[in-house]
Design a protein around this ligand. Structure first.
Ligand SMILES: Cc1cc2nc3c(=O)[nH]c(=O)nc-3n(C[C@H](O)[C@H](O)[C@H](O)COP(=O)(O)OP(=O)(O)OC[C@H]3O[C@@H](n4cnc5c(N)ncnc54)[C@H](O)[C@@H]3O)c2cc1C
Length: 314
């Protein structure tokens, strides 16, 4: 017989940790199941978060968040959730690789993972001098010699988005997928040179990009980089047994106000949902979901309006 929790959180990244802190402060019995590897373990520095003007790494932010949640009695287990379903008694069962877990409510916060080539030296630079998100880090490449390492039209679109920040921009079409004529014209108009050649290595010093070596032996001196390959992994397949509504791209649909899914007792927050894929948004969604999970745990309804009225009356 497994321990039974009031709230289970699948995914202990940014959204999951913020929700765990909030649910812990309501004094709920909370379990976080996390496999230990996600976008927030990859990023060596976030620069756009309130209170961290010099940046903070994902692993440090996670470590602080976990300690904060543990102070409130939240429990953590390292495991990969492979399946979830609803039991006849209404509880949710999470099947991990090690064992299974049961809870009255569930937050899905398993995020996504960027697709990029396994190039020597690339991971050392992620978040420090090579970025993935123009909304987060476009600012970091101002007037810097920058290389966009990408695939076909996805790389082209990224280069065009970044053109306002620097004129020293080069696109490396690493996978040599076709770039449609319309995009090629736009690249030419923006005076962005394109090289159709795979990269083989990234050289850096303390995470700061110095040069990119191409397969043909050319060496590109660069100060900053962006990667743009598309086809990111969306970690929602394990939710199929719950019948949670997903979009065509496998992101999970939620009510914008409460972050609840179409399934009673199940919420979703962070990159797994449909949003801007940023830390502060993931935090906000994690907090929102936790607030409504609390109302559900107290009132037994996940209908936002009824739960709010019941909570006010109780
Ligand atoms: C290189 C890089 C740079 C970035 N830079 C910025 C930036 O500067 N600013 C910014 O705002 N955002 C940035 N981001 C995006 C930011 O990291 C994400 O928006 C944020 O991490 C989303 O939080 P999340 O909780 O949804 O997902 P994550 O933080 O990825 O957490 C998901 C968690 O789910 C767990 N998990 C996945 N599947 C399972 C499973 N089946 N069972 C158990 N656990 C599972 C993983 O272990 C992981 O811990 C960057 C991302 C990357 C990759």
């Amino acid at each position: 017989m497994p321990d039974i929790y009031e709230a289970a959180i699948a995914g202990g990244g940014i959204a999951g940790l913020q929700a765990a802190i909030q649910l812990g402060r309501y004094q709920h019995n909370v379990l976080v199941v996390d496999k230990g590897f996600g976008r927030s373990t990859l990023c060596h520095s976030y620069h756009n978060i309130l209170g961290w003007p010099d940046g903070i790494s994902g692993s440090e932010l996670r470590s602080i968040g976990r300690q904060q949640a543990e102070r409130m009695g939240v429990q953590f287990v390292e495991d990969t959730v492979v399946h979830a379903d609803k039991l006849d008694n209404g509880r949710i069962r999470l099947q991990g690789i090690q064992t299974h877990y049961e809870a009255s409510s569930l937050l899905i916060a398993t995020g996504i993972l960027d697709r990029f080539p396994d190039l020597p030296g690339l991971r050392d630079c992620l978040g420090l001098s090579i970025y993935v998100c123009p909304d987060c880090d476009g600012y970091e490449i101002r007037d810097r010699r920058t290389v966009v390492l990408g695939s076909g039209a996805v790389g082209a679109a990224m280069a065009l988005l970044l053109r306002d920040y620097t004129s020293e921009l080069l696109l490396v079409n690493h996978e040599q997928k076709p770039i449609p004529d319309t995009w090629q014209h736009k690249l030419q108009d923006a005076r962005i040179r394109t090289v159709h050649e795979p990269a083989v290595a990234i050289h850096s010093e303390a995470g700061m990009l110095q040069r990119i070596v191409l397969h043909n032996g050319d060496v590109l001196e660069a100060e900053r980089g962006f990667i743009a390959f598309g086809g990111n992994a969306v970690h929602s397949d394990w939710t199929r047994g719950l019948g949670v509504e997903r979009m065509e791209n496998r992101h999970i649909v939620t009510d914008p106000r409460s972050k609840r899914t179409n399934v009673q007792g199940v919420w979703a927050a962070g990159d797994i949902g449909v949003h801007a894929e940023q830390v502060t948004v993931a935090m906000g969604e994690g907090a929102l979901a936790a607030i409504w999970m609390h109302k559900y745990l107290k009132t037994g309804t996940s209908d936002a309006r009824t739960a709010q009225l019941s909570a006010r009356e109780s």
